[in-house]
Design a protein around this ligand. Structure first.
Ligand SMILES: [Mg+2]
Length: 142
């Protein structure tokens, strides 16, 4: 496996991600389902999780014939025991299902590579420096 197609662990929600419910009717979100099929083909490792629990996640995936795409089914975490806060995870991005249909696994890899290259603290300092410089230059011109 080359670096270009290095695999990524992707956690996929159920409700309003690949299925939408109207009363008792459950409607597949085909753009999301096709996207999941595409990135699976490209080598993504997919996990399906739901606030409704692991069984609900599995049943929902089976309902739309996509259970085979997933490595495992999980409940969404409620408590995480971890020495790092999620905000400090270096390689984590959240993608809304409405904005993912045109993305490839390579797109995600690029986004992860760019992820947090500049810490937010540094970004803030750089922004302040630019503003201060602009003010100084503005005063010199006047
Ligand atoms: Mg949801």
């Amino acid at each position: 496996m080359t670096k270009a197609n290095k695999s990524i662990n992707i956690f996929v929600d159920v409700d309003d991600t690949f299925v939408r419910s109207y009363g008792m009717k459950r409607i597949p979100i085909t753009a999301s389902i096709n996207h999941l099929k595409n990135i699976k083909k490209e080598g993504a490792i997919l996990y399906c999780w739901s606030t409704g629990g692991a069984d609900y996640a599995r049943q929902s995936a089976e309902e739309f014939g996509i259970a085979n795409l997933f490595t495992a089914f999980l409940p969404k975490p409620q408590i995480m025991i971890d020495d790092q806060s999620i905000q400090n995870w270096k390689k984590l991005i959240q993608v809304h299902p409405l904005s993912c249909s045109n993305k490839t696994l390579e797109n995600y890899q690029s986004e992860l590579a760019a992820c947090r290259r500049i810490p937010l603290k540094s970004l803030f300092c750089i922004t302040v420096m630019i503003i201060v410089k602009a003010i100084i230059i503005n005063e010199l011109v006047d």
